[in-house]
Design a protein around this ligand. Structure first.
Ligand code: NAD
Length: 355
């Protein structure tokens, strides 16, 4: 089997590659990434791409045909990965997350692939506090990022058939340690705050709901989806991916971190404006379709694992919200130094500038 993982050099990618390498030791694994965060390694001694058979450096808007040659399955992670980047680079977000995703799936199908797994997001539901959202609920994307994921799903649905299954995993918000850790994710931010200044600052009033999932559990779900036959859920399947127990209120997350990391205070902004990013999601269909591939990591384990990882990194930066552990900051820096354009493409200069 040959699998192409796009966006493998980000936060989730290294865990996905590790998982696939373990469950499919004989598979040929290739990666394709433009490398925006290639040097944002965190606490690892092994370059994660060493687990691959082949690494392509390229843009998903212009996939080299060789990358898809003989490919059986594609895991598509590459893209603009959160709301703040989507707001700053709106046109590129729609172009990469929507248009390029659909072209890639079309090219993969033409090259003979049998499955395509797309990393979508529960944020497609928008504000959803009044009951659990299922895949049959209406959507209400509030940001360019969420809209781009939903538009991609709409067009991917047209491409799926009996011999080409497409699974759009609507992931809960990720958390956990990675070889390329991000701290612009809520639980990771709280654990970092707990370590950097013994305080967790909640930027809302603490009441918003947010489903979470550990990166290792995301990788397991992706592994399952790669082998999903069309008969299990349909040729195209949009699936909430997480677990009902991991629908948390922000305040509860902070309190749990404070109970695991000693000597930490939680501060809440009582006067904060309501946070529209509040949603509760049902993961019943995922349980029904993938009973053997359900999330396994506990919240406590996730916090301990992050604490350990931050320790390995020698992490203590109180200004981490403005550091290279935040994806938007890295992209703004690259743009500021002329290496990346407003369209999130490498500028010509990138080829000649030496680090
Ligand atoms: N982290 C989460 O909470 C979460 C939740 C739901 C869905 N997702 C989705 O999962 C995917 C991976 O997320 P992540 O947290 O690893 O993000 P990340 O930003 O850490 O990684 C994204 C990777 O895609 C690459 N990339 C970006 N634009 C590209 C382009 N045009 N061509 C080739 N490569 C490109 C980047 O270089 C990077 O390595 C994203 O599509 C994201 O939207 C993430």
């Amino acid at each position: 089997m040959r699998v192409l993982v796009t966006g493998n050099m980000g936060y989730i990618g290294p865990l996905v590659v590790e998982q696939l390498r373990e469950t499919r030791p004989d598979a040929e694994l290739a990666g394709l990434d433009t490398g925006f965060f290639a040097n944002c390694l965190t606490g690892t001694t092994l370059l994660p791409e060493r687990r691959l058979d082949c690494q392509y450096f390229g843009d998903v808007r212009a996939v080299p045909p060789a990358a898809l040659d003989g490919t059986d399955g594609v895991v598509h992670l590459a893209g603009v990965s959160n709301d703040p980047i989507g707001t700053t680079f709106e046109a590129a977000t729609l172009d990469v997350n929507h248009v390029a995703t659909v072209s890639l799936a079309r090219a993969a199908k033409a090259a003979g692939a049998r499955s395509f797994v797309f990393a979508s997001s529960c944020s497609v539901y928008g504000l959803a506090e009044d009951g659990l959202r299922t895949e049959a609920s209406g959507t209400g994307p509030l940001t360019a990022y969420a809209k781009s994921k939903l538009l991609a799903e709409r067009d991917l649905a047209e491409l799926a058939d009996e011999s080409f299954s497409i699974t759009s995993l609507r992931f809960a918000t990720a958390c956990g340690m990675s070889d390329r850790l991000r701290l612009d994710l809520v639980l990771n931010d709280f654990v970092a705050g707990a370590h950097a200044f013994r305080e967790i600052t909640i930027l809302s009033d603490g009441t918003p709901w947010r489903p979470l999932i550990h990166v290792r559990d995301m990788a397991r779900a992706i592994d399952w989806a790669l082998d999903r036959p069309a008969a299990n859920g349909g040729a195209f399947l949009a699936l909430n991916t997480g677990s009902d127990e991991w629908n948390y209120q922000i305040r509860e997350l902070a309190d749990t971190v404070a109970s695991v990391v000693p000597g930490v205070e939680v501060s809440v902004r009582e006067d904060a404006p309501p946070d529209a990013r509040s949603y509760k999601v049902s993961f019943a269909r995922f349980r029904e379709l993938a009973p053997d591939d359900q999330p396994q990591v506990s919240l406590r384990e996730a916090i301990e694992d992050l604490s350990e990882g931050l320790g390995r990194m020698g992490f203590s930066d109180p200004d981490f919200r403005n550091s290279t552990l935040v994806r938007l900051r890295v992209l703004n820096d690259l743009r500021g130094s002329g290496l990346v354009t407003d369209e999130l493409e490498w500028a010509g200069a990138a080829e000649t500038v030496r680090g």
